[in-house]
Design a binder for this molecule. Structure first.
Ligand code: F0G
Length: 459
């Protein structure tokens, strides 16, 4: 009996549960209408399984909760800051730490320091807040991810890779002086949680070094990226997640972090850099936008929970179960014939709304429509990652992204395998009645990051 499989299972047991409200179809219909068919505007009480995001939605461990009781709530010099600083150095390998209230706080500070008006910021696909801060600082984002990333069907294992030819062309066209840094994300969110390979990263380092260009790492989901390297890249099978994470970081000059993801906390983030001069500027700026440089908008207890969470996030058993659960859900959906982005990524399943609802034009918001329909079926809340999320260019034109997706994001350590079954079955039911689903029109559009607050009506 050699072919019995080794299933993953959670390396923890459950000590406390949070009770959920179950809703009826008519309650959900009313709630969705009141929310303007935008899942961001639903009350969380009306949601059964919440897959809106994996951000700030993780379950903390008993150790993290114990750490919360050790919060040193001093305005300056909290011992939790020094603990966090030590952990960031030890686990991530970056020299200097500036805590921020969450990831976008770090993006704001970093963009303001490094970007001058007219600069070009190449990156492996945009992320909403990251690109907006780059633009607000006067820069222009240029997508240099490999073409495969824009194709949901392409099964290349490292769809987060940078296309070095695209980068070289930008350098030739604008000159390296116009490129303050390459914005490199691990586990590329908008592509479906797709990893970058270590080989690609090393090549990126070599090319940027030659031209004196920094690499700034969006390390929000770096441990999940490390898992795919361990599983799929030659030479890494016997390396620990911790050592892979540290190696990834070693090819970069600094990082912005939303600790609300990988690092298993409900709030928090940081900027971490190796250059003293950037650190010095950031330390000046953090007091304007976030708080003193030893708390950056966080309570002492938040920094303690983050320090402990970072340690747990690079544990091999943790990450195997975390990504294992995502893959379990993805494979279930595939069994039902639901079109999803392949390969399955690290933090969620991304359903291809263009394929799911081919009769709905991108101007009529197929992904937004599908997210609303999924909620109506069984109370599962997901998020649009398509034309609404992409927003408008500086000149007011809509971005039309190739990817029109609905993200089923799995919070870490929160839901069980039975929840995954309920989700897949619900999506399969919506898929069965897909031909009857009609698109929507936008009736309210906010100026920035419109996906958060836009409102829609059924056509
Ligand atoms: N970078 C990436 C890759 C992200 O996924 C996020 C947040 C941020 C930066 C910004 O961090 O929210 O702490 O300010 N992503 C969340 C999501 C909101 O649902 O994907 P933040």
């Amino acid at each position: 009996m050699t072919n019995i499989k080794h299933s993953w299972a959670e390396p923890y047991k459950i000590k406390m549960v949070e009770l959920l409200k179950m809703t009826t179809a008519s309650q959900r219909k009313k709630a969705m209408k009141e929310a303007g068919f935008n899942t961001f505007l639903l009350k969380s009480e009306d949601v059964y399984i919440d897959l809106l995001t994996d951000s700030g939605t993780s379950a903390m461990s008993d150790r993290q909760w114990a750490g919360m009781m050790l919060g040193d709530e001093a305005y300056a010099g909290s011992r939790n800051f020094y603990h966090l600083e030590e952990v960031v150095k030890e686990v991530y390998g970056y020299k200097y730490l500036i805590p921020t209230h969450q990831g976008r706080g770090a993006e704001n500070i970093l963009s303001k320091i490094l970007i001058k008006k007219g600069d070009i910021i190449p990156g492996n696909m945009y992320f909403t807040t990251t690109r907006l801060h780059q633009e607000l600082a006067g820069g222009k984002f240029e997508d240099i991810i490999i073409d495969e990333a824009h194709d949901p069907e392409n099964e290349f294992p490292f769809k987060g890779n940078v296309d070095l030819n695209k980068l070289q062309k930008l350098i030739d066209k604008h000159g390296a002086k116009k490129i303050p840094y390459v914005s490199m994300a691990t586990s590329v969110n908008m592509a479906g949680g797709q990893p970058i390979s270590m080989k690609n990263l090393k090549e990126l380092r070599a090319l940027t070094k030659k031209h004196g260009i920094r690499v700034i790492h969006d390390m929000t989901r770096v441990a999940e990226n490390a898992y795919f390297i361990q599983q799929k890249e030659k030479g890494y099978q016997n390396k620990s997640i911790k050592s892979i994470v540290k190696e990834i970081n070693s090819y970069t000059d600094g990082a912005t972090m939303s600790a609300k993801k990988d690092a298993l906390v409900n709030i928090g983030g940081f900027l971490a850099v190796n250059d003293w001069d950037v650190f010095e500027e950031a330390r000046n700026m953090v007091v304007v936008y976030e708080g003193l440089h030893t708390y950056g908008g966080l309570a002492g207890r938040d920094m303690e929970a983050m320090a402990i969470g970072i340690g747990e996030s690079v544990n091999d058993d943790h990450i195997k179960a975390r990504v294992g659960q995502v893959i379990y859900l993805g494979e279930k959906m595939l069994e039902y014939g639901v079109p999803i982005v392949k390969p399955i990524g690290g933090h969620g399943i991304f359903v291809d709304a263009k394929k799911f609802l081919p009769h709905i034009n991108q101007d009529q918001f197929p992904a937004q429509t599908l997210a609303a329909e999924v909620y109506l079926d069984a109370g599962v809340r997901t998020m649009e990652r398509g034309v609404v999320s992409a927003g408008r260019k500086a000149n007011g034109e809509n971005y039309y992204p190739k990817l029109e997706l609905v993200r089923f994001t799995i919070p870490r350590r929160v839901y069980t395998q039975a929840h995954m079954d309920v989700i897949a079955e619900s999506v399969a039911r919506v898929y069965e009645r897909r031909n009857k689903i009609k698109g929507m029109k936008m009736i309210y559009e906010p100026k920035y990051l419109r996906f958060f607050q836009a409102r829609f009506e059924k056509l």
